[in-house]
Design a binder for this molecule. Structure first.
Ligand SMILES: [Mn+2]
Length: 463
């Protein structure tokens, strides 16, 4: 945990932003995998971690702004539990380390909520993403299950987003720890990648590294010879000569801050000329986007800049044609880059995504686009000092998409379909880095990880 003052200050600011009523924050419970006592690794809710830091299941917290009470509800373990678990730190001691002086049994929460409701004080809660927390809100506040999420407090969502978006020095240190472990994982992936090894074998090694560093993965690793499949979790292939392997992975620090990096490696010791050509285009887009990061700029504009760089490069090698700016406005580049340039990073790999992309990445004035490609951009709004975000352009050749657009004769003035046929089995390339937005520009987080095609090749002998 951080120092107690960190949590006290965060809660103070939250209460100021919300103004009045009661804030109800739910921690996560254990989650059973295949029978009750065989659980997935416990992961505390990130907002709960942010305001309380207490990393154990079965907690709910109340911040009653009107009476200035801060209470954590939860149960200490019984002697019978201790037989199985050994003694654990008492909840009161844990809560005290977060500056919370009042701890009550979980069974008391309903009484507390009833009392608040009888005073007609407003109860602010966040949209739950776990069914059991949805059920708790349903039974405690008497909201029909299907209405729970839409009844979440927009004011609380906005307030939490405002606070969690700007990372302080302690948080950046944690994120950087996670990124540095992720960098070691990337180097390992590049070093292991060779003909005959399986995707699973490499991914398993990376998972072990994350665990050994006292954390875990921040999201399931994407490690695949089919880099064009954006969220590919299948790892059953054996690497073949001539292929590339795309590795998008992240470690989580012991305090649950995330890293998220992508590299694409050749299976052989070097890329082919055709692979290097595409790699270079992605790298140019990455560098242009990274160079444009500056407080006050819309991230959407940086996304568009990256799209233009990708389109320019694709035109140079004959896959696209026509006016590049016009092509990007029309969304033609989404044939090759179907997703967004990046997202916020913090306690979650997609930071605060549970609170709603509209609140995290957009504003009332800037709504998310519905255009194919742009609609997958998670962050569009102006970036601010203290934001940590990813920059991850890529080029993906998706055979089904090529056939679909070609069949519909879509954008024939901008796409050279005959040439594109030659790339149907190319796969995909992505380069992803994590940046902190500063007062003067940005800072690339983490230690050195090779980025150019030649430097990436050197990993294969260097790790
Ligand atoms: Mn990412």
């Amino acid at each position: 945990m951080f120092k107690k003052e960190v949590y006290i200050k965060r809660r103070q600011r939250l209460k100021e932003l919300v103004g009045n009523g009661m804030i109800l924050l739910l921690g996560n419970d254990e989650s059973s995998m295949n029978y009750k006592d065989n659980c997935y690794a416990f992961r505390q809710d990130s907002t709960f971690l942010y305001f309380f830091g207490i990393d154990r299941p079965g907690l709910t917290a109340v911040l009653d702004i009107d009476t200035d009470k801060e209470i954590v509800f939860g149960n200490d373990i019984s002697v019978e539990d201790i037989i199985w678990t050994g003694p654990l730190e008492s909840l009161a001691d844990q809560a005290n380390r977060a500056g919370i002086r009042e701890v009550r049994p979980l069974g008391d929460i309903e009484k507390m909520i009833d009392k608040i409701r009888s005073k007609e004080s407003f109860i602010h809660f966040l949209p739950p993403y776990r069914p059991e927390n949805k059920q708790k809100l349903n039974s405690w506040i008497h909201i029909p299950l299907e209405k729970v999420n839409e009844s979440a407090s927009v004011l609380l969502i906005r307030s939490v987003v405002a606070l969690r978006s700007v990372k302080d020095a302690e948080e950046i240190e944690e994120i950087e720890k996670a990124i540095n472990v992720t960098i070691d994982m990337q180097k390992k992936a590049g070093n292991l990648a060779r003909e005959g090894i399986s995707e699973t074998a490499i991914a398993g090694d990376l998972h072990g590294m994350a665990l050994s560093a006292c954390g875990d993965l921040s999201f399931p690793t994407i490690l695949t010879v089919n880099g064009q499949i954006l969220h590919n979790h299948f790892q059953g292939n054996i690497l073949k000569s001539g292929q590339m392997i795309l590795c998008d992975c992240g470690a989580e620090s012991s305090m649950h801050y995330a890293g998220d990096l992508t590299r694409t490696f050749p299976v052989d010791s070097t890329f082919t000329t055709k692979q290097k050509e595409i790699y270079h285009i992605v790298l140019m887009a990455h560098e242009a986007a990274a160079g444009a990061l500056k407080a006050g700029i819309l991230f959407k504009d940086i996304h568009v800049l990256a799209c233009e760089k990708l389109a320019e490069g694709l035109k140079d090698i004959g896959l696209m044609k026509g006016d590049i700016k016009e092509a990007v406005v029309e969304g033609v580049h989404a044939m090759f880059f179907q997703c967004g340039l990046g997202h916020m990073l913090g306690l979650d790999a997609h930071d605060m995504e549970d609170l709603g992309e509209q609140y995290v990445g957009y504003t009332d004035q800037l709504q998310k686009s519905t255009q194919f490609g742009l609609k997958s951009l998670r962050l569009g709004k102006a970036i601010e000092p203290g934001f940590v975000l990813t920059v991850e352009p890529g080029i993906y050749f998706i055979p089904e998409l090529i056939d679909w657009w070609k069949g519909e004769k879509r954008f024939p003035d901008f796409i050279n379909y005959n040439e594109l046929e030659r790339y149907k089995n190319f796969g995909g390339i992505r380069i992803e880095e994590d940046f902190l937005i500063t007062e003067t520009g940005s800072r690339l987080l983490g230690k050195y990880l090779p980025r150019t095609a030649e430097a990436v090749e050197s990993i294969k002998v260097g790790f």
